[in-house]
Design a protein around this ligand. Structure first.
Ligand code: GDD
Ligand code: MG
Length: 346
């Protein structure tokens, strides 16, 4: 079996972080996001991966190369202009040999793929969609299922008055190659708005498998931060991060809780406090700075007495002395906050 990862979106909701780092490789607990999806696939023995890319493809290719250092084999498909989710799958047609696992490239999850694959075979499904329960389905694809497990209705981004259940499309599908005949060649086509409604119209065996495991779409700043905090808190059962703070200088003078992750070659000056946070490699945190519930990307600097709370700080930022970067702040790469600056607390 092979996997197809749809990783061509622009990541607009995660700007400014995705201006220079495409969403599929933003770090989660100091690890490129795609590494988590690759782990999930390897656990069920899938090592053939097709990456469908469009936005900043070279950066992703540089990082994964042919996949051999991850023990997988990666093929890349570049779209000159975005083909949409189903169009990207169609574009891979010549490489598809049998049933495929198709993934949205921004889903961090513990879903039991082996169980989902067994379900798909047992149900003799042409398409199986994995569902997850959420409190508010409006920003997702709502999926209604009948008692036999067949999909009844698929409604992408439902309005508040259209919500009839709490199960949504988790962005993971198992698809038989026959599905491809419902997707036109050579132009943009969407799973969510076009293919799934079409499968229902043609009454093909389209089933749903509900997963109650950890699941998050990392595509907004709030959810990206949450994903990091969840991983370091051990909520993603399939991956336990290594605090990896062995190479930290002056560790003895800094207070770091056991959940925080400190990247390589980070300097922490005396009096620094770090709680429930991820500090990227090569950061420089000066005296008495406090970082809480935050993610700071590589090569950034926080000046003496600075405070970063529930915030996201991009690469190579410079936060001045006594500056306050407060809840909800997202600083793009190379942001500079002068001494005593404050961002709003909302
Ligand atoms: N190759 C390629 N080409 N990939 C694409 C394209 C494209 O034209 N458009 C989007 N993608 C990729 C994105 O990179 C992302 O990984 C995935 O498809 C989904 O796109 P998003 O833009 O993140 O969609 P969403 O989060 O609003 O909604 C989707 O995911 C939800 C679950 O998180 C839908 O599938 C919803 O139904 C679903 O509930
Ligand atoms: Mg998404």
């Amino acid at each position: 079996m092979q996997a197809i990862i749809l990783a061509g979106g622009k990541g607009t909701r995660l700007r400014p972080l995705t201006l220079h780092t495409p969403k599929p490789i933003v770090p989660i607990a100091n690890r490129p996001f795609l590494d988590y999806q690759i782990d999930l696939l390897k656990r069920v023995g899938i090592i053939q991966v097709i990456l469908c890319l469009s936005y900043q493809p070279r950066r992703i290719e540089e990082m994964l190369s042919d996949g051999s250092h991850h023990g997988i084999h990666v093929n890349y498909l570049m779209e000159a202009s975005p083909l949409g989710t189903a169009g990207a799958f169609k574009n891979a047609e010549s490489m598809i040999e049998g049933p495929s696992v198709v993934f949205n490239g921004d889903i961090l999850t513990d879903v039991d793929l082996a169980e989902a694959m067994e379900f798909h075979t047992r149900a003799k499904a042409m398409a199986t969609i994995i569902l997850t329960p959420v409190e508010d389905p409006t920003t997702y694809g709502l999926v209604e299922v009948d008692p036999s497990g067949r999909v009844n209705r698929f409604l992408e981004k439902p309005g508040k008055d259209q919500i009839s259940c709490n199960t949504i499309n988790a962005g993971i599908y198992i698809l038989e190659p026959e599905v491809l005949k419902y997707v036109p060649t050579g132009h943009a086509f969407s799973f969510e708005y076009e293919l799934f409604p079409k499968l229902l119209e043609h009454r093909v065996p389209f089933f749903a498998f509900v997963s109650n495991g950890y699941w998050v779409d990392i595509g907004t700043p709030a959810r990206y931060l949450q994903a990091n905090l969840d991983v370091i808190a051990g909520k993603l059962l399939s991956f336990k991060p290594d605090p990896g703070n062995a190479s930290t200088t002056f560790l003895n003078f800094a207070e770091i809780d056991e959940l925080s992750i400190i990247g390589d070659d980070v300097t922490l000056k005396p009096g620094v406090t770090i709680r429930r946070s991820v500090i990227g490699p090569n950061c420089y945190i000066e005296e008495n700075a406090v970082i809480e519930d935050s993610v700071v990307w590589a090569n950034s600097r926080v000046g003496a007495g600075g405070r970063v709370v529930r915030a996201l700080v991009g690469k190579s930022c410079h936060i001045g002395r006594e500056a306050r970067v407060l809840e909800g702040s997202v600083l793009g790469d190379k942001s500079v906050l002068t001494d005593f600056s404050r961002t709003l607390h909302r």
